[in-house]
Ligand binder design. Structure first.
Ligand SMILES: [Mg+2]
Length: 263
C-alpha cells in the first residue's frame, strides 16, 4: 500500500469530513530507516518537512513513541509542538518541556549505573555494546560473531535480572527494562487521555509502527482508530488494520495526510 488511491480507500472513509486527527508514530523503522548504530539515524528531510507541515496545520495532534530516550528521539526528529515519548512510553516529554515519567521503584533504579558498569565489564565485548537510555538499557549485538551470542545473552540476562530489571529480547538486542507493567499501548492511552480526556476514542487516531512493541498500540486502537504495521513480511502476525512495506510508504501516508489537512 503506497498510492494515493490506496490511502483514499483505507483512510478516506475513516476520516470522512473530519478535519482534525491524532497521529501517533514510532520513529525507528517507521519515520526513519533503522541504522547500523542508533546515533547514525537521520529522518529523511522530506519526511521531516511533511510531518512539520502536518503539525503546523493546527489540525493534528502528534506524538512520537519510541524505544529511544525521549531526549534522543526529540533531537532526531527536531520538530516543535510534538509530544515525544521515550523508553517505550516510560517517559513523556510535552512540548512545553514538562515531563511525565513512570515511577520506577527506587530499590531498582538505584542499581541502574551498577548494572551498566557490570554489563560493560562482563559482556560488552567482541562487538556487543550497551546503550544507556536513562531509564532502560539496550544491549546491541548485531556485530557480534553469532557463535558467541547465546552465551553472552545468557550472561547478560542474569546480570540484568540480578539488578532487579527485566530482560526482554528484541531483534539483535537484549533490553533491560524496569520491572513495571508499562508499554507503548499504555503510553498511547495515557497521552490520548491526557489531551482529549475520556472521549479520545471518538477522535480519529492513526498510528504507524514497525515492531512487536508497537502491537500494544495497535491493539488499543482496534475498532476505533486505524493502525499500520510496517513490515516486509506479509505473513507477520499483527493487530494492525493495514500493512506498509517500508518507511517510504509511511512517508506516502504522511503526504496523503498533509494534502488532506493543509488546504
Ligand atoms: Mg520501530
Amino acid at each position: 500500500m503506497s498510492t494515493e488511491e490506496e490511502f483514499d480507500q483505507c483512510l478516506g472513509s475513516f476520516l470522512g469530513n473530519e478535519q482534525s486527527i491524532a497521529l501517533l508514530l514510532d520513529y525507528d523503522g517507521a519515520l526513519a530507516e533503522i541504522p547500523d548504530r542508533p546515533e547514525l539515524s537521520v529522518i529523511p528531510p522530506e519526511t521531516k518537512e511533511t510531518l512539520r507541515n502536518i503539525v503546523n496545520s493546527g489540525k493534528a495532534f502528534v506524538a512520537i513513541i519510541s524505544g529511544r530516550s525521549a531526549d534522543d528521539v526529540q533531537e532526531k526528529v527536531g520538530i516543535a509542538n510534538i509530544i515525544y515519548s521515550g523508553n517505550h512510553g516510560l517517559e513523556v516529554l510535552h512540548p512545553d518541556g514538562t515531563r511525565h515519567n513512570q515511577a520506577i521503584p527506587k530499590a531498582v533504579s538505584d542499581n541502574f549505573d551498577r548494572m551498566i558498569d557490570q554489563l560493560n565489564e562482563e559482556v560488552a565485548h567482541n562487538g556487543a555494546w550497551v546503550q544507556n537510555k536513562q531509564f532502560s538499557i539496550s544491549l546491541h549485538y548485531r556485530d557480534m560473531d553469532p557463535r558467541l551470542v547465546p552465551e553472552m545473552v545468557q550472561k547478560a540476562r542474569r546480570i540484568i535480572e540480578s539488578h532487579g530489571y527485566r530482560a526482554d529480547s528484541a531483534y539483535q538486542v537484549l533490553d533491560g527494562n524496569p520491572p513495571i507493567e508499562w508499554n507503548k499501548g499504555r503510553a498511547a492511552e495515557y497521552i490520548l487521555g491526557a489531551n482529549f480526556d475520556k472521549d479520545w476514542k471518538r477522535r480519529k487516531v492513526i498510528f504507524a509502527g514497525d515492531d512487536a512493541t508497537d502491537e500494544h498500540v495497535m491493539v488499543l486502537l482496534k475498532g476505533s482508530g486505524k493502525s499500520f504495521r510496517i513490515t516486509r513480511g506479509q505473513d507477520v502476525e499483527s493487530s494492525a488494520d493495514f500493512k506498509l512495506s517500508s518507511t517510504k510508504s509511511v512517508y506516502q501516508m504522511l503526504k496523503w495526510l498533509e494534502k488532506k489537512l493543509c488546504v
